[in-house]
Design a protein around this ligand. Structure first.
Ligand code: ADP
Ligand code: AMP
Length: 236
């Protein structure tokens, strides 16, 4: 009997054709998992936090407005964030879906996103709520370090780089986000509970919410996220 053919290396990725929303408090692991999902489906990882930090770094008028708000650990006004998102999903690389990390963060943003997805011909999004023990959040946020060049995310306590201060992938310098200092964590969590957590009930009511225990290891969470998405895709 002939051996079964090997899976070709250039096999096209599974098509997503949807928006995936990763919901959860700061430090839940949204960025970490979004990068993995985006790579798996060959779609863009859309982090509004990264987009805003880019505006801040470039000193654009929007960045100038957002900077002090982000430094205080508060949410940037919906109008500014929505403008960035609407422009981003117009780009051709978003045609087959995308993974949101840190968006939407208010009910108004979620409502607007619903309209935007309809306008672009997308079906309803898959929403994955990363549920994490609050005791873990402080450790995850204060230990977070990010590569300046490639954006790879590390954690000094949980996922340290092989060489201190340097990215394993490209040797880039690792930095700590200014809002990851311990004193900014409380206002960020306050903003989460007050403005973002209502989205859990919002998406549950719409029948779009899927929960994953994000207290587990990165690999276990990844497995659960993929399983959840696979299951949701086969149902809808
Ligand atoms: P978010 O985008 O939700 O704020 P990140 O993905 O940036 O969260 O993760 C926050 C920190 O926690 C980072 O330092 C990351 O390396 C670490 N981390 C993420 N997921 C896990 C996990 N499942 N177990 C341990 N550490 C994790
Ligand atoms: P993040 O990188 O997702 O942790 O976001 C960092 C900061 O950017 C937040 O604390 C907010 O100040 C701002 N931000 C990111 N995304 C949003 C959003 N969708 N709405 C409002 N503010 C946001």
């Amino acid at each position: 009997m002939a051996a079964s053919p090997a899976v070709p290396e250039n096999r096209p990725p599974e098509e997503l054709n949807r928006a995936v929303i990763l919901l959860g408090p700061p430090g839940a692991g949204k960025g970490t998992q979004a990068k993995k999902l985006a790579a798996k489906y060959s779609v863009p990882h859309l982090s509004t936090g990264d987009m805003l930090r880019e505006h801040v770094a470039q000193g654009t008028p929007l960045g100038v407005k957002a900077k002090p708000i982000m430094e205080r650990g508060e949410l940037v006004p919906d109008s500014l964030v929505l403008k960035i998102v609407a422009a981003r999903i117009e780009r051709p690389d978003c045609a087959h879906g995308f993974v949101f990390d840190g968006f939407p963060r208010t009910v108004a943003q979620a409502q607007y996103l619903g309209e935007l997805l309809k306008q672009h011909g997308f079906r309803r999004p898959f929403v994955i709520h990363l549920v994490v023990d609050t005791a873990l959040i402080l450790r995850r946020i204060t230990g977070r370090r990010t590569c300046k060049t490639g954006g790879e995310i590390y954690n000094l306590f949980e996922r340290p780089p092989k060489v201190e201060g340097r990215c394993d992938n490209d040797g880039g310098e690792l930095f700590q986000r200014p809002d990851d200092r311990e004193e900014i964590v409380a206002p960020r969590l306050h903003a989460y509970h007050k403005q973002t957590e209502p989205l859990v009930a919002y998406y549950r009511r719409l029948g779009l919410l899927h929960e994953v225990d994000a207290s587990k290891s990165v690999e276990e969470v990844e497995q659960q996220v993929c399983k959840t998405l696979h299951h949701a895709r086969s149902k809808h």
